[in-house]
Design a protein around this ligand. Sequence first.
Ligand code: ADP
Ligand code: ADP
Length: 225
Amino acid sequence: AEPLLTATGLRKSYGPTPALDGADFSIRPGEVVAVMGPSGSGKSTLLHCLAGIVRADAGDVRYDGRSMAGMSDGERSALRRADFGFVFQFGQLVPELTCLENVAMPMRLSGTKRRAAEKQAALWLDRLEVADVAGKRPGEVSGGQGQRVAVARALVSGPRVVFADEPTGALDSLNGERVMRLLTEAAHDTRAAVVLVTHEARVAAYSDREIVVRDGKSRDMERAA
Ligand code: ADP
Ligand code: ADP
């Protein structure tokens, strides 16, 4: 298949030492790619540049044939809302809303009526095996349940790329594996690509391919093999 997301020569510095010092690789539709490396190696910076959250100093990201370097901030944020989903380590659910309302939120923001959005949200909660927490607030559910709600929210709008930064970092291994299994199954079913930042080999084992980042330099294990 044609690549969906291609990084070429990405560089980003916050100070004298580059956080990202050249990233070159492509991700195809439906592919689950793990970005691995030690703490501080530039994984999150790479994810932020790929997702258009942070503007790289040099290089480009092409998404679906379009150059992200050439987009305005408004165009990049519209693209993120329309085509990307996000899962972070924690703190991403709105505490005042129920889990169902949290999952329905991205659809509500893009103009879907409440009934239709909540119906779709309920389907995704069921699929992530957390239908029972629909009416609870994030503070009333376990960490593993909360992360499954967050995955449901990331997937509800049918994104073509899901960016996940240490999505299991705050979970024990059993809950972490359950989140990874459900995330990768749902991504494969919907042909969403997943960019998964992790420092844990057990989490990366759920990916189709690994990109290893060290001192801001990325190495594509598929091409290396
Ligand atoms: P990782 O995700 O692998 O832990 P990061 O991408 O978060 O690595 O960080 C890479 C380097 O860039 C680190 O030295 C980090 O302190 C620095 N860095 C990341 N984001 C910022 C920022 N917003 N401002 C200043 N330095 C940053
Ligand atoms: P991670 O654990 O995913 O590497 P961090 O805790 O390092 O995340 O960073 C969290 C946020 O803070 C990110 O948005 C990152 O860009 C930013 N950040 C990281 N390091 C620095 C830094 N030295 N100065 C300012 N912001 C930073």
